[in-house]
Every structure is written in C-alpha cells, then in structure tokens.
Design a binder for this molecule. Structure first.
Ligand SMILES: NC(=O)c1ccc[n+]([C@@H]2O[C@H](COP(=O)([O-])OP(=O)(O)OC[C@H]3O[C@@H](n4cnc5c(N)ncnc54)[C@H](O)[C@@H]3O)[C@@H](O)[C@H]2O)c1
Length: 461
C-alpha cells in the first residue's frame, strides 16, 4: 500500500511514520523546504517522544521518505492523506484555506482509484466540499474522499495512534469504506474498534469529542474556584467524582486553562458550526469565554502579589501547553507572559523542550534560561505552568534561596504543599486555599499581606 501525507506536522509525521511501521510505503510531503530537508537529514523538527527513533527506523527500512515533490509522490499513491493545519479565523470559525489548497494541489496528480483521506480536523461538510474541488480538475473521473479524524495527543502520539481507543472513518460510498477498513486491518486485528460512518458524522465526532473533553476541564476548573474560596481540595473532589465510572477520572485535572493546537480552536469552530446550523452550542460558547477569563484571572492573581508591579520579576517554569511536547500554540504560559509584559513586569522563562518556539514569539522581551534555577534567581514570584516531571522534583531549598520574593504559583498542582510552605514560601496552587509559609507567624503574616491577596482564602499549614 502506498500512502502520501500532505503536511509533515505533528499529525502528518506521526500518522505517516506509524503507517510505515504497519508495513505501508509512505511519503510525507510538506510545503516547507526547510522542514523536509531537515527530515531528509535525520533531524525531526518537532519534539514527540519516540518519534525521531521510529522515523529513523522506517527511513532506514526504505518505507518512509520526505519530499516537496507533490506530483511524484501523489501520482503513485493509493491513499493521499491531507494533514495540514486548520487554524481559527479571526472570527473564531475554521480557516479551511490550507485544506482547500492541498485539495487543489493534489487534484491533477491523483491516480485513477486513489482515495483522498482528510486527517485534519474539519467542520461538517468539508469532505464533500473537498470532493467538489477535486472534481473541477478531474472532470468526468471518479473522485473518492473519506474523513478520518485523528485523536492522538501530543506527548503520547505514537501509542495513541497504534493503540487507539477507536478508528473513525467516514465514507459516503461502500467501496471507499471497505478500502479504509483494509488499510486499518493491522489495528482492527489487534481489537481496536473501527467505526464506519458518513463523512459528515466522522467530522462531527471529532469536534464533539474535543468539545466534551474541554467541557470536563472547564468544569473541574470551575469546581477548583469554589474549592479555593470554600477551603476545599479539588484533588479530593476530582477523585470522589472521577471514581464514578459514569464520569471517569480522565480530564479532571484542574489547571491554568486549556491551550494547545486543538481544544481552543476546535471549541471555537464547533461553536461557529452550531451558529451556522442554527443549533447554538451554549455550553461551548460559555466554556470558551470561561477559559479565556481563567487565564486572565490567574495572571491577575500573580500581579496581585507584586509590589510594585513594574520592574518586579516573575519566573515562568513551563511554556508548552502540556508536558512532553514542544508545542506552545495557545499555551496558558504565553497569555500569562503577554499580560505580565504589558504590566511592565520582567519575565524570565524556562522549558525543557519548548523554549525555542516561545523565543520565536517573544524574542528579547523575555530572558530565556537553560535551567529552572537560573530562571528563578532574583524572582519575586515563580509560576509553574507546565506539568514537566523535572518541576515536580525541584530542589526547594535551592529555589527558595535563589528567589528574591516568596510567592510560588503552582498552576499544575505538582508540588507537595507542606514542602513548599516549609521552605518559607507562600504556596498558591489550584483548587486549594492559599497556604502560608510555616516559618511566618500566622497572624502578623496574614495582616501584612492581606491587601495584596484579597479574594483568596488563606490558611497556615
Ligand atoms: N496536533 C495535534 O495534537 C492534533 C491532534 C489531532 C488532530 N489534529 C489536527 O490535525 C491537523 C494538523 O495539525 P498539526 O498539529 O499536525 O499541524 P502542524 O501545523 O504541525 O502541521 C501542518 C503542516 O502542514 C504543512 N502544509 C500546509 N499546507 C500544505 C500544503 N498545501 N502542502 C503541503 N504541506 C502543507 C505545513 O507546512 C505544516 O508543516 C489540524 O487540523 C489539527 O487540528 C492535530
């Protein structure tokens, strides 16, 4: 089986490499000549655990190559996957220009029985629209387009593909559905459910799945807000509700607001789809605003302890939208940095993988650090924004000695509260009251700091 992946990003590279590992011959094509020449030279332009090794193995086995020559790759392919970006337009609706352009680019070169498979996340009706685009070039010839949304998560993308919970394939004719089933046979034989639907249903499944997962995160974040003010502990509440199998424990970790390349843009696109089809998605509309407000509220919480704000220093630990990736798209850390810089705060930042991508956005406005300890040196406050394991293991004696101030904001609840307060630090976590340094006298410490910390329940441990 010969496959082409149009778009060698997180999804195109992972999908192509995994299909190669299942025995297919795969070409990954991208517009970016730098990206392709990097890949041809053995350099993988994204950080995804295990991907670089698997790419090297598949390339060495002769089953995976990289090219900018669309014509050559497409003309002999059985399946042409479109895995290009589908960002938001300024009004929040989906920008399908990359998908449309890819469809126009491949149309002249498609082999007679080739199947075009849309891997990108796209709104209902896109597969049918892509079919029309291709038909304009291939007058009188048959055109087969399927929808095959991808559910992988960055950070565990290979396992998510090869051991998927399910494969969803939308096709509007029987032979296309059968061909896709045969392509996925190695996964089906492992017991992975294969869900065959219409193209429109497959497109809707992807958005409905992401909207539901984002709702779970938004819900637990709202519960966390109550816990903070009521003196509760969100992790106990999340465990108490998550062990109910009807609810489930996944996606009940509160944090600084969801980010990344999927949830923000996909919830916006789903809401826009609802408006287009006169079926308003009120819950999702509300979730989108609540998530934006959350990012602003947490920035305000940090600003509230800085006196004066201008020229105070804040160290940001973690830039990626989640651990095990270098992806910073719509990361909560980025919006926090923007707000802090606007307020005249000096920002230093560290991330084990995502620094380069964040540096491309902020340049010299932020001081970039090779290790977390150099980032926290002289900081008035430290904010942990990404759940990297190395932050869980921070040496708190060293951190506390290096900091100028005493406020540690752990927006991923990575640290043990007593350890932090025991090192003379205020511990601001998510979904639990503010905790005071154990070395301070409770009464006088609270009285002194109360104005800057108003609105947050506080206690001493
Ligand atoms: N990243 C994820 O975790 C994830 C998960 C599931 C689904 N998705 C969806 O998959 C799609 C791709 O996401 P991604 O994160 O891989 O994006 P990405 O930005 O990492 O990669 C897209 C690539 O497509 C290339 N490209 C654009 N137009 C092209 C064209 N005409 N010809 C050749 N190459 C072209 C770009 O140069 C880029 O390298 C999106 O629709 C996204 O919503 C992403």
């Amino acid at each position: 089986m010969k496959l082409v992946l149009i778009g060698a990003g997180y999804v195109g590279l992972t999908t192509g490499t995994c299909f190669a590992s299942l025995g297919c011959h795969v070409s990954c094509v991208d517009l970016s000549e730098t990206r392709i020449s990097d890949l041809q030279n053995g350099h993988v332009p994204i950080f995804e655990p295990g991907l670089a090794d698997l790419i090297r193995q598949m390339a060495a086995a002769g089953r995976l190559n990289f090219s900018t020559d669309l014509r050559d790759a497409v003309s002999s392919a059985d399946f042409v996957f479109i895995a290009v970006g589908t960002p938001s337009r300024p009004d929040g609706d989906i920008d399908l220009s990359q998908v449309d352009a890819a469809a126009r680019d491949i149309a002249p070169y498609l082999a007679e029985n080739a199947i075009v498979v849309i891997k990108s996340t796209v709104v209902a009706g896109t597969a049918r629209a892509v079919c029309e685009i291709i038909k304009k070039t291939r007058k009188g010839k048959s055109v087969r387009v399927a929808s095959n949304p991808e559910f992988l998560r960055e950070g565990s993308a290979i396992a998510d593909f090869l051991e998927a919970d399910r494969v969803v394939v939308g096709a509007d004719d029987h032979s296309t559905a059968v061909a896709l089933r045969s392509l996925y046979r190695p996964l089906i034989d492992k017991g992975i459910p294969f869900i065959s639907t219409s193209t429109t249903d497959a497109e809707l499944i992807k958005y409905a799945a992401n909207a539901f997962l984002a709702l779970k995160i938004g819900f637990i974040n709202d519960v966390a807000n109550i816990c903070e003010n009521a003196g509760g502990d969100v992790s106990a509440v999340a465990r108490g509700i998550g062990t109910d199998r009807r609810i489930g424990e996944n996606f009940l970790q509160p944090g600084p607001g969801f980010g990344g390349s999927c949830f923000p843009k996909d919830t916006r696109a789903f809401a826009a789809t609802g408006r287009r089809y006169k079926a308003p998605q009120g819950l999702i509309e509300q979730l989108i605003s609540a998530n934006d407000e959350r990012k602003a509220m947490l920035a305000e919480r940090i600003l509230g302890v800085l006196e004066p704000r201008r020229c105070s220093r804040v160290a940001i630990l973690g830039l990626a939208f989640k651990a095990s990736t270098d992806d910073v798209r719509e990361s909560a850390a980025l919006s926090l940095i923007e707000t802090l810089l606007k307020e005249g705060v000096e920002v230093g930042a560290h991330d084990p993988q995502a620094r380069r991508k964040a540096q491309d956005l902020f340049g010299a406005d932020v001081t970039w650090h090779e290790d977390p300890y150099s980032a926290v040196r002289g900081a008035d406050a430290v904010a942990i924004m990404t759940e990297w394991e190395e932050y869980r293991d921070l040496d708190l004696t060293r951190l506390s000695d290096l900091m100028a101030g005493k406020h540690l904001f752990d927006f991923r609840n990575l640290l043990v509260a007593k350890d932090v307060t025991g090192h003379g630090l205020f511990y601001h976590s998510i979904g639990r009251p503010l905790l005071w340094p154990r070395t301070l006298n409770g009464t006088s410490g609270m009285a002194e700091a109360r104005p800057a910390l108003s609105g947050i329940a506080a206690s001493v441990v």
